[in-house]
Ligand binder design. Structure first.
Ligand SMILES: Nc1ncnc2c1ncn2[C@@H]1O[C@H](COP(=O)(O)OP(=O)(O)OP(=O)(O)O)[C@@H](O)[C@H]1O
Length: 300
């Protein structure tokens, strides 16, 4: 995983399409009950919060080697929005994402996906919830080389024995610009196209939320921009909720909101970020740690 802080490149910052305002509740609500407000127009009265953490602590190790990877984190992830998580290496970004996605357990506190508290679920229930409600996009595209693009996109639903919603699938394929590449195998696609297949695979099952772990980390800046544009469109046009861990201020500039972590805590929260504003904030972390005589970038 690249640790480098990437600088915005000339012309690399998108002119972001203006986001349709959705009446969402972003204030932290007491999570004993998930946020009761509903997003306007959402069918079925889905809560405005797609995921949330309350007083979440995650410790690794014991005694002198104990590390507090997350230290009493409270956060709500608004539905239908694109949230980026940033912070120095070792600040807890991946741990927060893994705990929110139910890939890792918490030491204390509560995690919610939609209206379901996942802390305390049994393994089997958690596996089912991850399968049904969560999409993942990783730095490595994780496509099966023997399957074509369409088969890769529908694979998770095939495994779950679910029939894809054809109209939705067509819309997703159209949104990520893959309509003329569906019969291609991964080796016949560029890195950017492969990651778009992975994005379509995550979107196809209509998950409650998609988590991306440096989804553009392996791509050149042009392919990265392509993928980020598709993530942006999936939020604006398909109403998807996305949480993305990134080291890249340009990538974070595509989000609606950036959460900054340091030493396992959320230390800043930026709305409608620009790459320059994110970069400036990230550089302050280096300044902070230098002036404190510490290196907050622990070896990862
Ligand atoms: N399995 C583990 N065992 C012990 N310590 C761990 C483990 N996973 C993470 N940590 C520690 O928890 C802290 C947070 O790690 P995490 O990977 O969440 O940070 P990060 O911000 O994602 O880092 P990076 O940007 O380098 O990927 C670090 O100090 C790390 O060394």
């Amino acid at each position: 995983m690249s640790r480098a802080l990437r600088l915005p490149q000339a012309g690399g910052v998108p002119s972001r399409p203006r986001i349709k305002e959705r009446p969402v509740t972003t204030a932290a609500a007491p999570f004993g009950s998930p946020v009761a407000a509903t997003a306007g127009g959402e069918a079925g009265g889905a809560s405005a919060t797609a995921a949330g953490a309350r007083q979440v602590t995650k410790a690794y190790g014991t005694g002198e080697t104990r590390v507090m990877a997350l230290d009493q984190v409270d956060v709500d992830i608004a539905r239908g929005r694109f949230t980026a998580i940033m912070g120095p290496s070792g600040s807890g970004k991946s741990t927060l994402m893994h705990c929110l996605a139910g890939l890792d357990s918490v030491t204390s506190g509560q995690i919610w996906i939609g209206d379901t508290e996942i802390t305390g679920l049994k393994d089997k229930q958690l596996t089912r919830l991850r399968r049904d409600k969560i999409g993942f996009i990783f730095q490595a595209f994780n496509l099966l080389p023997t399957l074509n693009a369409l088969e890769n996109i529908t694979l998770p639903m095939d495994i779950a024995g679910r029939k894809p919603d054809q109209a939705w699938l067509d819309q997703v394929v159209e949104t990520v610009g893959l309509a003329d590449r569906l019969k291609h195998r991964p080796t016949q696609l560029s890195g950017g196209q492969q990651q778009r297949v992975a994005v379509a695979r995550a979107l196809a099952a209509k998950p409650e939320i998609i988590f991306g772990d440096e989804p553009t980390g392996n791509l050149d800046s042009r392919s990265g921009a392509e993928v980020l544009n598709f993530l942006r469109r999936s939020v604006d046009e398909l109403g998807q909720t996305i949480v993305m861990v990134t080291h890249d201020p340009v990538a974070a500039g595509y989000a609606d909101r950036v959460l900054f972590l340091a030493d396992g805590r959320i230390v800043d929260d930026m709305s409608t970020p620009t790459a320059d504003a994110v970069l400036e904030r990230m550089l302050r972390f280096s300044g902070d740690s230098r002036s404190a005589g510490l290196d907050s970038r622990r070896a990862g």
